[in-house]
Design a protein around this ligand. Sequence first.
Ligand SMILES: Nc1ncnc2c1ncn2[C@@H]1O[C@H](COP(=O)(O)OP(=O)(O)OP(=O)(O)O)[C@@H](O)[C@H]1O
Ligand SMILES: [Mg+2]
Length: 517
Amino acid sequence: MTRLLDCQEVTKSFGGVPVLKGISLELHPGTVTALAGENGAGKSTLMKIATGQLRADTGTVTIGEHTLSAGDPRDAVRHGVVIVPQELASIDDMTVYENMFVGREKRRGILLDRRAMIKEAAEALAVFDVSISPTARMGSLPVGLRQIIEIVKAARTGAQVVMLDEPTSAISEREVEGLYKVMKQLRDRGVAMVYTTHKMAEIRAIADRVVVLRDGKLITDESLADITDDEIVTAMIGRELEHLFPAVGKDTGDVVLEVENLLVAGASEPVNLTVRRGEIVGLAGLVGAGRTELLEALFGMRSVISGTIKVDGKLITKGRPAAAITAGMAMVPEDRKVNGVVLSMSVLDNGSLPRLASFSIAGWLRNKSRSTAVAGAMESVRLRSRGLSQSVGTLSGGNQQKVVLARWLTGTVNVLLLDEPTRGVDVGARSEIYRIITEFASRGMAVVMASSDMPEIVGLSHRAFVMREGAFVGELDRQALDHPEVQDSVFRLATALDSRSETPAAEQRPSLEEAQQ
Ligand SMILES: Nc1ncnc2c1ncn2[C@@H]1O[C@H](COP(=O)(O)OP(=O)(O)OP(=O)(O)O)[C@@H](O)[C@H]1O
Ligand SMILES: [Mg+2]
């Protein structure tokens, strides 16, 4: 079989620590290879080396007959190899179409041909069945949609090899379907794809081969027909995973969070919600359904039109995160790069950010107690770092997420707000995070968790609400969550799909751009 891309004995170290220990991988036309492995296993590093973003220490990457000049992404692109990176590089101040054509602008004479670019962008986006206006500002879109745009952009360059580094971690089922559609089209055209995901169902749904990395070594390289899910998980984490979800706690206490008639700007209706101590409430819905906006409003990061928020019976001043934190609210945001962590800062500094005041006396940081508290918190999520001084930007994606979650563990929390808490987190670490969330709840916290991962909503929640256009359109109690067809009913509620009609309600949906306003 012809090879499109061939990595031979690739090694890479960072600061003397080996991250890839001799990886060889060949890619053939018209195939989809799932690249699996724990957070920090070396998946992104391998993809970056194969696409010229990073220079290998030893080993070679060949594209057809051409040996890639190490560390030269343009050389890779010229030879038809592109990457959609895990941490997006889109330019938020530009529009969707400008992002899609950046560096390859269409011109008429010396002038930019905006009309042609907008038209072409609209056509390319239509394939994904997501209504995004090409003239929307990139920064106004949720991260899931920005990711889709990056994929469409890569697909359009005529690449022969496309590397997708966790393209689905932030998007919901509906957008995943659109992504698969395009991946299948690319595969039929002979494109070779490598795809990282932490979700087993996705590996099965789209890939024909799975390659597992563990601690920088290639552990498994199999056709998917020849390997079971359990075998893949075991190869990834080096042990068998017993239960992904801990048992849902039985005891719930007094009401701690009371939300009355809270109307968030852009929502179609106000929201009412009470959550008890020990209770985990899930928020399901499509990308753009208003889950993030609601959580942000609760945490004072977004202004609201009317309504009240009470914690432990006390009214919270709206629109002020500091007031929310004082009342014992904690927030783990969806886009960790924007609202979560400061990538250039160390684990220690990030870990103490939310509670800096409690670690200081008269303006002086109490370094001992600070590092003890942060070290304890990071240990409890089994953070993989080279110590508290490592900058968060150099941690693997999943480990960055653990820092965002763990930093609240240094003090008391009454209400924990989670937005896609396991986005990009590997199965092993995910089961740890689920354990931590359940533990948080059983210690008397009220948890509100937005997630696009249905198994996560079903596995953890006492109750769940389905959101659409910023409003609750359905509530599922534990019994409903256990129903085998829960996924279907959630989807119907989330899309306003009439139960009698067979066609998806795409036309009735407001455009996602409108929903964002
Ligand atoms: N620029 C860097 N400087 C120092 N260490 C780095 C750098 N980039 C990556 N690493 C380290 O290399 C290891 C592999 O990271 P990589 O991002 O390849 O993991 P991954 O398999 O993609 O993980 P994830 O599933 O979390 O995305 C990690 O331990 C990470 O901390
Ligand atoms: Mg990665």
